[in-house]
Design a protein around this ligand. Sequence first.
Ligand code: XMP
Length: 550
Amino acid sequence: MTASATPPPNPLPSGADVDEVVVLDFGGQYSQLIARRVRECGVFSELLPHHVGADEVRRRNPKGIILSGGPASVYAPEAPPLDPALLEIGVPVLGICYGMQLLAKELGGRVESAEVGEYGRSQLTVHEHGTLLKGQPDEQPAWMSHRDTVYTPPEGAVALASSTSSPVAAFESAERRLYGIQYHPEVVHTPYGQQTLQTFLRDVCGCDLNWSAANIAEEQIRLIREQVGDGKVICALSGGVDSSVAALLVHQAIGDQLTCVFVDHGLLRKNEGEQVKKMFGEHFKVPLVVVDAKDRFLDRLSGLTDPEAKRKTIGTEFIRIFEEEALKLAAPAGDPGEAPADTDVEVSGEPSGGARFLVQGTLYSDVIESGGGTGAATIKSHHNVGGLPDDIEFELVEPLRALFKDEVRAVGTEIGLPERMVWRQPFPGPGLAIRIVGGVVTEEKLDILRECDAILQEEVRAAGLYRELWQSFCVLPDVRTVGVQGDERTYGYVVAVRAVTSDDAMTADWARLPYDLLDQVATRMVGEVRQVNRVVLDITSKPPGTIEWE
Ligand code: XMP
């Protein structure tokens, strides 16, 4: 196998003073999770494709290396190999599942395909605790997912444990500082997994367990200052968690050198635009350009019902407006640039010209996905602000590129972003337009949907369920039904309630909301929103449904 893709740049710029452990990804389902668990132990970790090569790993100056699991058999012709030079770097190596089998095969152990694979919960029996398993019970559950099995540990290594179907389920060679575990320490079904990782990091690699997402805020602020100097910076603010945290971090670093641009496309939820203006413009006093482009978007959407056509139109229009503002802000100070057509621009603070930098809320998951990976996961397309004009070039400022989503939330809390914003449920870029389905988007329908959505959010929050749900929202199909209200026949809209639980939006389950809550929501919607006379509940999971209806 050749190293085809360029490895992702280190998300922690040089100069960051933290211990790091590199996780090499052999295509395992849980590789990202290993990196996250290492971070939860208090050690910064990066996930790199397995083929990056020992030099790239050495450049990180890691205190240890973890080899992830993977779907291949070590004997398959296309099996990703272990680069022996990794073992010469001189730091401890822990192989997990496939990673363990690679170590065993490379170093004189015996690995063979077992008659019976071991999938799911298994029982681990510890015969020798060694360093890796010290302080752990002799019998413990562990999560397995393998067919190849290690029968003899590498030369000089001691077998520590066996399991129902694995004669060697863990080994260590203290002298060579090589460790292997067949089970998955990163999943919750392995109750002593996190302890095993912590022991490896602290007692084997000698790491300080002091890294946390929250305490890197200060570090990031220093690095932003270093990168930007006295340059001018712009940021597209959506009100979502990522752009809000990124903008606020940059503002704390360089103050009024930052100008945020908030494009209000009129497809937001009730009061959302006002909240962004209040929070950033008034409370945090970030120079803010608010572009009221409601009419422009409604105009472009007129006559459109096809979901893809709507998405494309909104995406293109959004980029066009942002471009217009970016061009103005990049122009030398004092040059007002061209005013965009059909928009109303409101400015607070003192945006200045000559911007050379652009803030993006890129997350570590985006970095991994664009870094050549191992092809383990199918990547969902992103809907961030994408294309920029050809004739201006910005240098990117990406203060979140080392962080996972939950870590971004921790940073947001640390730097004073209100709880309501830090824990905001995801909201799609095209906004309410993709929740008005089957008919054209009109101002009236947007208003109906906004009112119903506000009622749902209020009740979900009052029931204490907001944070438990991945998303909760309303959908307005182009359907009217007959009803009876106050002895009169009505012919009104149907509103659908959609609430789902999910970890990553790739799959989702419909949320079992309490009947009382549903009753209250339906009663209020029909009572308070004149045009609505029926409420239904969407009980489809994903797959086969998607979360949004369009
Ligand atoms: P689906 O509907 O594909 O949605 O199950 C998965 C997640 O993505 C969000 N979503 C979007 N987010 N721009 C976004 O920023 C979009 O065009 C978009 N479409 C869907 C959706 O809300 C859910 O969280």
